[in-house]
Design a protein around this ligand. Sequence first.
Ligand SMILES: O=C[C@H](O)[C@H](O)COP(=O)(O)O
Ligand SMILES: C=C(OP(=O)(O)O)C(=O)O
Length: 462
Amino acid sequence: MTLATHTTAVDSWRLLPAAQQPSYPDPVALRSALDDLASYPPLVFAGECDRLRDRIADVARGEAFVLQGGDCAESFDAVSSDQVRDKVRTLLQMAAVLTYASSVPVVKIGRIAGQYSKPRSNPTEIRDGVELPVYRGDSVNGLAFTPESRTPDPERLKRMYHSSAATLNLVRAFTTGGYADLRQVHEWNRDFVAASPVGERYERLAGDIDDALTFLSACGADPAAVHSSEIFASHEALLLDYEAALTRVDARTGKLYDVSGHMVWIGERTRQLDGAHVEFASTVRNPIGVKLGPTTSADEAMRLIDKLDPEREPGRLTFITRMGARNVREILPELIGKVTAEGARPAWICDPMHGNTFEAPSGHKTRHFDDVLDEVTGFFEVHRALGTHPGGIHVELTGDDVTECVGGGAEVRLADLGQRYESACDPRLNRKQSLDLAFRVAELYRDRTAQGAARREAVRAA
Ligand SMILES: O=C[C@H](O)[C@H](O)COP(=O)(O)O
Ligand SMILES: C=C(OP(=O)(O)O)C(=O)O
């Protein structure tokens, strides 16, 4: 149910069907929560959203790379400084490796400080013959399988706001308060390489980064970027009442911004061209992501561009493709080919998680590291063949040593899944698997750069 609030958001989306919205039993309580939210201060500022748009514009031009990652579903209980610190640390470690290998800035975007709502395949769940509403994220209902917990509660929308605020505060503190110093981040990577069963493979890259840092200090170069970092916040803009309640007019420009996060994305299940989510996103100035699954046609992609990025403004739109390892090499070329031929310049980034989920014999939802890597590899291959820019990766990850995805250097086996399966929804890469992935993507980037140089050399010689 969607109710009018005292927000300044454009209300056109309210006239359209909104998929995946909870049904709240008490409309008065919902209205009251939304009114409160509409009176709260912004979580992020419009100028910060603009800065992220500029950074993504560099990605669209082939001059930067996106690392977007974090939990599948954040939980209110996990807003602790240790958990946020470990996620930030994982992102920083991955970014350090990717920056060196790609030789371009890495734009770090957390699935963080707002990723509390989940689209689901089924509206209900049955256990032992009892049917209850499915868990839709902490912003909607509770994970416990009881009627009370599974009933959507609008007070949770306010907890989402407060949890996002506390998390953002920690992210800002960790990225600017000395924790993100590149030399320290590199030391953590050295420790990872030394302890990893496949560390030998990464030794050379880690050694090269050592040399680069030593060279920088020998030159007396001490740029501020070495001591602090910048991590933007993003989440799926799923609950439109919440997003609209946090939409504000920017005093500088008179334009609308969704100030619940720097970037918001539209999911695979809610990207209908005539639906409320696409309409809502078209009314705000934030950088927007859209997930594109294997059924997306090139024509649909073009119509999404026409709706969300009619000015063809680099940085405005990011296509996050999640085709599955088996499909990526077949489906992606036509999409990218058509969009590029039409003169549109979205950033393209690869989500290698959502097309590669399967159920383990133990009943756990899982993903195999090899499939994740294979989809990213296919994504790089397709871009290489087309001469376009593989603009980044979007991954579900955590800084904790969970056992939710199988494979990786310090192999998690199917039989290990039950040991530490903590995700409230989909399986995440643990810290070591995330770092493994960063080193492997770095290798792909270096291969690509080396092949590009070889091609240029061959052309010069001819
Ligand atoms: O995280 C993504 C979706 O919410 C999830 O894949 C849907 O999962 P379900 O099929 O278990 O509902
Ligand atoms: C639900 C998600 O993905 P998708 O929309 O691609 O299925 C997600 O990223 O949490």
